[in-house]
Design a protein around this ligand. Sequence first.
Ligand code: FES
Ligand code: FES
Length: 174
Amino acid sequence: MKTTDTTWQATVNGEHRELDIDPSRRLVDVIRGDLNLTGTKVSCEIGRCGACMVMIEGEPVNSCLTMAYQCAGKEITTIEGLHGESKEQLHPIQEAFLEEGGFQCGYCTPGMIISTKALLDQTPHPNDDEIKEGLCGNLCRCTGYGGIMRAVQSAATKCQQQQQELSDTSHIVR
Ligand code: FES
Ligand code: FES
């Protein structure tokens, strides 16, 4: 039975978004179908692969298992929300995946990058076990995981350098 559409609103990649939708729809369908943010991928649809990973309030979640109503009013970040200093530039994590060959077909990559962002936000200097735990919900059917591990290690270094540069710049501006 179809429930009545109601106004759903959330902050998506920093922008306030409002939609008239059935709130029992899956978040992944709203993101891809209604917001046209197709960087988030759908694969297993049962919470096993991490292709659909987004961040809600900074926490990585499988958007195939999340209903739209569960994140109404919250802050959602998809892969399109990650970028470098300008929107045209890659985020350091994206650069690291490119440089270290952390993907082949790339289908798993948006989810991997979102999980890496969430991991590095919480643990800026992760060891190998922490990286494995942080990415344990993300499966890749193409690569070994060596390139992905190197990419996360490199991303950690890049993010620290970026933080350092930002703090140096803000020091100069003041
Ligand atoms: S599509 Fe959501 S976890 Fe696989
Ligand atoms: S690069 Fe193809 S699924 Fe990971």
